[in-house]
Design a binder for this molecule. Structure first.
Ligand code: SF4
Ligand code: SF4
Length: 127
């Protein structure tokens, strides 16, 4: 596969932040088969990794990394032991570094939310 410089940059950033080798994924799909949140996702977890392998920056606009609950089910199921949630986290970090906040806490109706949900949103979804 021939990647241009910007493709390589995204791939390199994700690999650096996650500590994972994206190409150790061979797209068997077991991570997606066992993920409990795929119905809410716009890309399956293995599709997220495929986009990272291709350096496809559209992955930064996907909902899936924000839906991922870091439950580790995919990592347990992966025959290569790939840390998929770390890749999701790296994608979130790259988005947040571009000053993009997934939620605006000032606009959030917090009346019915437990405090832990607010703290979690603050840590995970804002830069
Ligand atoms: S289970 Fe592992 S090797 Fe298979 S698609 Fe998912 S990350 Fe890739
Ligand atoms: S860690 Fe994320 S991608 Fe993996 S199974 Fe859990 S919710 Fe799905």
């Amino acid at each position: 596969m021939n990647l241009n410089e910007s493709d390589k940059q995204l791939l390199g950033k994700v690999e650096e932040l996650s500590g994972e080798n994206a190409f150790s994924c061979y797209q068997c799909g077991k991570c997606s088969a066992g993920c409990p949140f795929t119905e809410e996702m716009d890309l399956l977890p293995n599709q997220v990794i495929r986009k990272v392998q291709m350096g496809d920056a559209s992955v930064l606009e996907a909902e899936t990394p924000w839906i991922c609950a870091s439950c580790l089910s995919c990592e347990v199921d992966c025959p290569k032991g790939n840390d998929v949630p770390a890749i999701m986290e790296a994608i979130r970090e790259i988005s947040l570094r571009e000053n993009f906040d997934e939620v605006n806490l000032n606009e959030l109706d917090a009346s019915d939310l437990p405090e832990i949900a607010l703290v979690s949103n603050l840590r995970k979804k804002t830069g």
